[in-house]
Design a protein around this ligand. Structure first.
Ligand code: ZN
Length: 409
C-alpha cells in the first residue's frame, strides 16, 4: 500500500486530531502537502465522529450533536495548485477498516435534523448494516443483500474568502425568511463546536465564527452525496486557494439516489486511496463552475428494476407547479407502500430506499403542471420475488423484526 498521509484513531476524539476539521474556511492550515502525480491513503472518521454505535437502540441518533458534523480529513495541499486550476482526483480505491466492518443508517427525529420524509417518519430510528467483503446486509432489515458502491459522500476544496462570504450571505438570507422553522432552512456558522484543524487561539475563534457548515453541497463540491462517485472515478475540482486544500469524509458503503434518509446512507469510517494531478487554468478552459467527474468502470450489475412514478401533487392532493422535490417524494412514498405489502414496516422500506443502489431520475420537467420523478428499485437485491403477479404479494416478513425506534424523551 502507498503511504498513509492522514491517520486516524477510532478510539480518539476527532477533536484531538489536527488533520481533521468540521467547517470550511480558507484559514484552516494545510494538514499535509503532496506533489502532483502522488498517490496516498487518507483515513476518515464516519461523518458523526463516532457518535453512533453498533447496537439496537436509536437513542444515539435521536440525541446526535449535528453542530459537530461532518468530520473531514484534510485539507491536503497540492504543490503548484492555484485559483482557477482544476484539481484532478482519481479515487483509486476505498474501503472499511478491518476492525470496523459495519455501518449505520438512520432517520433523525423531526426536532433534530429531520429528513426527506420527516413528516411521515418523525422519530429517530436506526439500522445497522454488516459489511461482508463487497456485500452488506442488516439484522434490522431482512430479505435484502446487495453489493456496495462505496464512495465519499463529501469531498471538495477549500473556498476563497470571497466565496465563503457569498455562501454565508445567501444562506443567512434564506434562513431569515423563516428563522423559527423546524428543521431549520439552513445551517449557519456556529463557532462553539468548530474544529479548525491546526488553528488555535484568536485565529481559530475568528475563523470558527464564520466557517461554513459542511451540510450543503456547494460550488466546490462538498456534501454532494453522489453514489456514483465511487472507487475508479475521476473528479475535476475547481481550485479557489493556493494548494487547493482538498478534504473528504462521510464515507458511504452504499446509498440510494437522494440519500433520502439523511442519517444517511450506510455510514462508515474507512480509508480512501487517491491520486492527484493538476489541469492548469482548467476552470476557464472548460467553463467549469461546479465539479465534473467520470464514474467508475466497475459498478454493481443491477440492471432489472421496478420503477415507481411520482408527480408533483402532494399527499393532501394539492397541485404544485413542476416541483421535482414533491414528485420524488411521491415516488418514494409509492415504493414504500408497495414494499409494505411484502411484510416490511414503513421504516424498513424507507431504510432500503436510503441505502440500496436505487436510482432516482428526473423524468419530465416540462409537462405543466406536473413534474414526473421516478424511483428505480433494483429487483435483484431482494431474496424473494418482488414483482407484481396474479397470486398477489407473498408475505416474506411477519413483522417480528423492525428498525429500532428511539424512546420519546
Ligand atoms: Zn453520509
Amino acid at each position: 500500500m502507498p503511504d498513509t498521509l492522514i491517520k486516524i484513531d477510532l478510539s480518539q476524539s476527532p477533536y484531538e486530531n489536527e488533520m481533521i476539521h468540521n467547517r470550511w474556511h480558507p484559514d484552516i492550515p494545510i494538514a499535509a502537502w503532496v506533489d502532483p502525480g502522488d498517490d496516498f491513503v487518507v483515513e476518515t472518521y464516519d461523518w458523526t465522529g463516532g457518535q453512533i454505535k453498533n447496537d439496537d437502540d436509536a437513542a444515539d441518533v435521536r440525541d446526535v450533536d449535528l453542530t459537530q458534523v461532518h468530520f473531514l480529513s484534510g485539507p491536503i495541499g497540492v504543490k503548484g495548485a492555484e485559483p482557477g486550476d482544476l484539481l484532478v482526483v482519481d479515487i483509486l480505491d476505498i474501503g472499511a477498516f478491518d476492525t470496523c466492518l459495519w455501518g449505520f443508517n438512520g432517520f433523525f427525529s423531526k426536532q433534530n435534523g429531520g429528513g426527506f420524509l420527516t413528516d411521515h417518519f418523525p422519530e429517530a430510528q436506526k439500522s445497522i448494516w454488516d459489511i461482508e467483503g463487497m456485500f452488506t446486509k442488516s439484522r434490522h432489515v431482512p430479505g435484502v443483500r446487495y453489493a456496495g458502491l462505496i464512495h465519499p459522500g463529501l469531498i471538495g476544496c477549500l473556498p476563497s474568502k470571497e466565496m465563503l462570504s457569498t455562501w454565508n450571505e445567501r444562506e443567512k438570507a434564506l434562513f431569515d425568511t423563516d428563522p423559527d422553522r423546524v428543521p431549520a432552512l439552513a445551517t449557519l456558522p456556529y463557532g462553539e463546536t468548530a474544529h479548525m484543524g491546526k488553528l488555535t487561539g484568536d485565529a481559530k475563534a475568528a475563523a470558527a465564527a464564520e466557517g461554513a457548515r459542511t451540510v450543503p453541497p456547494r460550488e466546490h463540491g462538498g456534501n454532494c452525496d453522489i453514489k456514483d462517485l465511487s472507487r475508479g472515478s475521476k473528479i475535476y475540482f475547481p481550485v479557489y486557494v493556493d494548494g487547493g486544500g482538498l478534504s473528504m469524509g462521510d464515507l458511504h458503503f452504499s446509498q440510494g439516489d437522494g440519500e433520502i434518509t439523511f442519517c444517511g446512507a450506510i455510514e462508515m469510517a474507512g480509508w480512501v486511496h487517491l491520486k492527484v494531478s493538476l489541469l492548469k487554468g482548467g476552470m476557464a478552459k472548460y467553463g467549469v463552475k461546479n465539479p465534473i467527474f467520470r464514474p467508475s468502470p466497475i459498478t454493481p450489475k443491477y440492471d432489472d428494476y421496478l420503477i415507481f412514478e411520482g408527480i408533483s401533487v402532494d399527499e393532501q392532493g394539492k397541485q404544485h407547479y413542476l416541483d421535482v422535490h414533491i414528485a420524488y417524494r411521491q415516488a418514494c412514498l409509492n415504493a414504500i407502500e408497495y414494499l409494505k405489502k411484502f411484510g416490511y414496516t414503513g421504516a424498513q422500506a424507507y431504510a432500503i430506499l436510503g441505502t440500496a443502489p436505487v436510482q432516482g431520475h428526473i423524468s419530465g420537467v416540462v409537462d405543466i403542471p406536473n413534474a414526473c420523478a421516478t424511483l428505480w428499485l433494483p429487483t435483484d437485491i431482494f431474496e424473494f420475488d418482488v414483482m407484481p403477479g396474479s397470486d398477489g404479494p407473498t408475505k416474506y416478513l411477519d413483522g417480528s423484526i423492525d428498525v429500532p425506534l428511539a424512546p420519546d424523551l
